[in-house]
Design a binder for this molecule. Structure first.
Ligand SMILES: Nc1ncnc2c1ncn2[C@@H]1O[C@H](COP(=O)(O)OP(=O)(O)OP(=O)(O)O)[C@@H](O)[C@H]1O
Ligand SMILES: [Mg+2]
Length: 310
């Protein structure tokens, strides 16, 4: 069962799910919670996104990362920067690197080699999370936990699958060794945990079921828990609602709430049946009016605190 006791030794968390279901908000909420519990936590964004900086109302954090509050830092991984960092370790002097590669060249190179973009990104994330990785010790401080605001379903799957693909395709050499190390790290359920965010609605629920299968079958990584986000509240009991109907008491507002609530319950049941997962957590739909994204993340962080310490 998921609770804070299981987190002590984990180093890398991936938060994924369909687009728009609340991944970034849950990453921020988990980050706030872990920082508050005393974990030195790094939040990572990939694919050039800048959503977390906006949520926390701070300047872009960049590839070097920056501290945004006590025990909480933010960093953006881009494959271009990861490639530059890797090549600089090889050629040592920045001016040589700059004279050999300009951004356009690097961009074409990344676009032309299938999987390279993902390999560089996951390699850097592993570097940040793995306490034994050499380059991290030089360029970054130590973090207890790295939480990745992973891209949505398909891209996240490519990111997690690429080390396995390389490991199987390459027979010998440093690339093989690196892919093997990353894969071992990802498949070690004590060190790497995958969190999925979904909604109790048709498409997100079915996509979550698919992704859960693929994560297991294609990458064999550990799915820690699934957050079913933005659940509509039950305003009145089903019995009272039925009695209202019998008495022909009509309220379009009540019908509106009830239909969303019932739809959520239907898909929650489906998720429970299909995922056979004992860690399915419901998170409430919070009022968006008069509250900004940070306030929503803070409120979810309180919800998570009680859910995860039960
Ligand atoms: N439980 C909630 N209650 C109310 N609003 C929420 C809740 N969770 C997230 N939101 C809001 O929904 C919007 C989308 O959330 P978020 O950006 O976290 O989704 P995402 O999955 O990261 O999207 P993308 O795939 O575009 O990166 C945001 O405005 C966020 O504040
Ligand atoms: Mg997002």
């Amino acid at each position: 069962m998921t609770n804070f006791q299981t987190f002590k030794n984990s180093q890398l968390w991936f938060v994924t799910g369909k687009g728009g279901v609340g991944k970034t908000t849950v990453v921020a909420a988990l980050g706030l919670l872990c920082a508050e519990k005393g974990f030195k936590t790094l939040l990572v964004e990939t694919h050039g996104l800048n959503h977390l900086a906006k949520l926390f109302e701070v300047e872009e954090a960049g590839y070097q990362g920056k501290k945004i509050r006590k025990n909480l830092s933010l960093l953006q991984v881009t494959p271009e920067k990861a490639l530059e960092e890797y090549l600089l370790q090889q050629v040592r002097f920045k001016f040589i690197y700059q004279s050999l590669f300009n951004n356009n060249y690097v961009r074409h190179f990344l676009d032309a080699a299938p999987g390279l973009l993902e390999l560089l990104t996951i390699g850097k994330i592993w570097d940040l999370a793995d306490g034994t990785a050499s380059s991290r010790q030089k360029s970054h401080p130590h973090y207890d936990l790295v939480i990745v605001d992973a891209p949505s379903t398909g891209h996240a799957l490519s990111l997690l699958t690429i080390p396995k693909v390389v490991d199987e395709a390459v027979k010998l050499g440093p690339l093989k060794k690196k892919a093997e190390s990353i894969l071992n790290f990802l498949q070690d359920g004590d060190r790497t945990k995958i969190w999925m965010v979904t909604l109790a609605e048709d498409m997100p629920a079915n996509e979550a079921i698919e992704l859960s299968k693929k994560l297991h079958e294609e990458v064999n990584v550990h799915l820690e828990a699934i957050f079913v986000n933005s659940m509509w509240p039950q305003l009145i009991s089903e019995k009272t609602f039925a009695e209202f109907k019998k008495l022909k008491i009509k309220s379009s507002l009540l019908d509106f709430y009830q239909s969303h609530y019932e739809q959520n319950q239907h898909y929650l049941n489906l998720l429970q049946k299909k995922l056979l997962h004992d860690s399915l957590f419901s998170l409430p739909l919070l009022p968006q009016k008069n509250s900004n994204e940070l306030e929503i993340a803070k409120a979810l962080s309180h919800e998570l605190s009680s859910l995860l310490s039960e």
